[in-house]
Design a protein. Sequence first.
Length: 590
Amino acid sequence: MSGKIVKVSGPLVVATGLGDANMADVVRVGEQRLIGEILNMTGDSASIQVYEETSGLGPGAVVETTGAPLSVELGPGLIETIYDGIQRPLEKIMSISGATIQRGVEVPALDRERKWTFQPVAKPGDALQGGDILGLVQETPVVLHKIMVPPRMKGTLVSIENGEFTVEETVAVLKTDDGKEVPLTMVQKWPVRVGRPYKHKYPPKTPLCSGQRIIDTLFPLAKGGTAAVPGPFGSGKTVVQHQLAKWSDVDIVVYIGCGERGNEMTDVLREFPELVDPRTGESLMKRTVLIANTSDMPVAAREASIYTGITIAEYFRDMGYDVAVIADSTSRWAEALREMSGRLEEMPGEEGYPAYLSSRLAQFYERAGVVECLGSDAERRGTLTAVGAVSPPGGDLSEPVSQATMRIVKVFWSLDSGLAYRRHFPAINWLRSHSLYLDGLKEWFDENLGEEFLQQREKAMAILQEESSLNEIVQLVGKDSLSPKDQLTLETARIIREDFLQQNAFMDEDSHSPFLRQRRLLGLALHYDKLCRDAIEQGADPAQLFAIPARDRLGRAKSASAEQYAAVFDNIGMDMEDQIAAIVKGGEDE
């Protein structure tokens, strides 16, 4: 079915003669067959957002509808591939049209020529339902791709093949309940704006270990949870997200570069193939899918890229994997919504954003979670963790995208440009950030790290908050006017800030810190605080306590190697006790 263009306004095209088309249908626009999606219908008139540059289009050009919604192809070949916002493989397009991508290029998302070794798991005669595993494909050395029966399909397996196949070749035949024999391939299609189904959703109970101490210890994120990283320009949002993508203990990472600068995606493309995954020993790209829709690419595709990424993530979640979706940034996505809303002449909400901004953000984040996957295997559970960066203009957290995100997500890592300018990274402000997963994760922390871990966390947070109050007094009357115990509070807070929370991404030992190492390092800082408090009560001079050699060694302890850190921490703890005891004894002798 085809219609004719009557109006072109940037990425928005209005066409008539499409009375039989449906909302969200994909259409092909003009002679170059630009890809677009129907946003709304009024009679036979359709408003279409075009995912490519519309210059040269004019009234009278033909619009053809495909009759299907915007969908992604799911199957072997997703990992290590770089897609644009509507799942077109950029490397494949570059090999066809060169470095400058031509408009209207039609390239399948999954390679149609590459053969994959398919190992069947199901047997002929098995009764199967949506989500059951047909067979396995070793996609990369670290990702075992599980070929599943498509959702909402059930029947009896008639036949299944073993060998090498392309994604379009039939690997099995399923006989449905009404007697039809349906050929099954290794590829599925799924509409991006519809969440993939699951059996049951559970509350998150396991922490996501990112290796970043301020995140894991003070403001932990659960696997299957949601988090936001807001902050002004230059405060390190992208660096934090890169660290999460590199070191989080998840099986698959889907990184969405949504409207950010192209050089930031270039950093990912250059770094990830060279970085070694600490969990597998292989390149990080062997478990990563990249969606690149940077600020110089079509604005409408930016809006679709978020949904493309999370649909791919849901597919891997359905295999029973832990998946992280990292979106950089949802502010640019919201700006794309605002631009399309303005061109559609909708009533604007606050700061020009559409009134449905909050609901669209919620639709994205609610697709995260811990789920029991479809299929007869009740033990198969997958998690999808969503982390979105927010780029408020001027760092103003009162703007609509930040406020809407804060109401939805349960972890809020507020970045501070002041910390970034002082070279304190990650530049997460410990007084403005929060995590609502602490209660749900308590059981895991108590079981794996001991009950004292959360107690130490509470103690550290109390010291940092007390430091903030004391700093106001220090600015008025000076540090020397404080009591010895208050001086110790400031010193301990400095140790926690500089020696625990601050990390060096260029130092291998410090870039990624496992939970046990975090517990030991924080315990060492608080042990120093306790020893000094006891010594001060016995009349020791704070200046002497702060100058002991073990205090300097404590500052360098985080650079200890993974094999030696336990012994190093033990030695520092013993030296600390001996040196402080000597100061106390010297005071008593006097």
